[in-house]
Ligand binder design. Sequence first.
Ligand code: SAM
Length: 291
Amino acid sequence: MSDIRIANPIRTAGILRRYGLFAKKKYGQNFLIDEGILAEIVDASKISDSDLAVEIGPGIGAMTEFLCERAGRVLAIEIDDRLIPVLDETVGHFENLTVLNADVLKTDIGAWARENAPGKSIRVVANLPYYITTPILMALLEGDAPIASITVMVQREVAERMISGPGTKDYGALSLAVQYYAEPRIVLTVPPEAFDPKPGVESAVITLEKYDKPPVEVPDEKLLFDVIRASFSQRRKTLANGLGNSPDIALGKEDINRVITSCGWDERIRGEMLTLSEFAKLTEMIYTELH
Ligand code: SAM
């Protein structure tokens, strides 16, 4: 055990050197070397003793250390087997920690939690590997694990897409998917200097507080997301065009135009102007038309 934080730049460099480790680009490895930022992330996650903290990609344990000090239990899922002996040395002394050497996209977090931490609410906290940000977030949001919140470091541009609304350049399918399941809030922006090695982009920490129930009701969730995807598939085209060209929506041009006008919109309206509630209304009309 050491009094110096794992995230201390000199300690991080020493660990990497001693184990002969180089950061693997294919796993999106950028290790956090700023203790202040780690403390802010863990504070924003509101983790307490009654929570199971799930960390995706613990790396050499910089964030894991903070989580183990605050959470009742910690599950850390790391794909890179070179890092398992490192984690054993840096954070292996924490009795509330379990490290799984696995791919998070193939891990059933809900099943693990039911078996090993029943009664605890799940809070996901991570400095995400940027190459799979969207698949990880969608799996967490759509999955059946009872997740209370997700607090993650992502590319700044992706965080901005998650919080944006209609009529802005960043608004798209990701904004709507996130806002259907959770309330997103950017907590802080983070410069490349906070990492070793430095990523080529700016980063941001975002918190997604999951809703108990989505803010809009639809007859068919899959159809809602088919409609959203179709509406944004061709950026500068009209909503009617996007829906008409979608293989998932079996309606002809005339039916689509009728649905759009009966929603009270101009036939030339673009998908990027619609709010989540308007997408829900559109989905309901399309559903009725299809059934
Ligand atoms: N948490 C550490 C930190 O903040 O210093 C490391 C963060 S680094 C940006 C991302 C981590 O995710 C790496 O340790 C990487 O090996 C791991 N990782 C990448 N893909 C993964 C996957 N599919 N499942 C689990 N871990 C993954």
